[in-house]
Design a protein around this ligand. Structure first.
Ligand code: B4P
Length: 183
């Protein structure tokens, strides 16, 4: 059973949703950089104050800040983890590679969730989080295409990428992910 997993995909593709289901099922650590950053904002920490405007505008938070969060949390477990929302650019992918080498826990599988733009926009508008307004969503989608989507080829080159069609019902998607983790 694969236990070091990463979810890739545009905003609203269901990375957080599936990562929660799978991490709960296997008792893996679920590391969502978006969620951890939102907690910093909620707790009104210094870090939260630095990132709140960036997040609300749909831009990516500074790489070094996110890396600190990832390092701190990944070193807490060797029992399996799911990264959700990290990395989001090539520089973050290279940093992740270094961190994983240093803790000797190689990434085993990347699930690339794909969903059409119109469905993504309507899902996010329905969700209604603070950064889920039309303008911010368009910015996030643009940044995803320019900055994050190139990671698909990066992970394909490592031979660990699996494409998952994300516009189906939650259970069907989770079932397919579990099958692929077991194979
Ligand atoms: P994230 O928290 O990562 O959020 P996301 O990409 O918008 O959402 P996700 O794909 O997880 O969608 P979800 O499952 O919730 O990022 C937010 C912000 O944080 C970024 O814009 C950025 O500023 C910052 N950030 C995070 N990581 C960063 C990094 N590494 N570097 C720099 N900045 C970073 O699903 C969305 C909705 O769809 C939900 O309502 C869900 O119920 C629904 N849904 C999911 N699957 C469905 C399905 N199969 N069918 C129907 N509905 C479904």
């Amino acid at each position: 059973m694969k236990k070091n997993i990463l979810f890739l995909g545009p905003p609203g593709a269901g990375k957080g949703t599936q990562a929660s289901i799978i991490s709960e099922c296997f008792s893996y650590l679920h590391l969502s950089t978006g969620e951890l950053l939102r907690q910093e904002v909620e707790n009104k920490t210094n870090l939260g104050a630095q990132v709140v405007d960036i997040m609300n505008s749909g831009q990516l938070v500074n790489d070094a800040l996110v890396l600190e969060i990832v390092k701190k949390n990944l070193s807490l477990t060797n029992n399996g983890w799911i990264l959700d929302g990290y990395p989001r650019n090539l520089s973050q992918a290279n940093s992740l590679d270094e961190v994983l080498q240093s803790i000797n826990q190689p990434l085993e599988i990347v699930f690339n969730l794909s969903v059409e733009d119109d469905i993504l926009v309507s899902r996010l508008l329905n969700r209604g989080r603070k950064d889920d307004n039309e303008q911010t969503i368009r910015t996030r989608l643009k940044i995803y295409k320019e900055t994050t989507a190139p990671l698909i080829n990066y992970f394909k080159g490592m031979n660990i990428l699996d494409d998952i069609q994300g516009d189906r019902d939650l259970k069907t998607i989770s079932k397919e992910i579990k099958q692929k983790m077991a194979s």
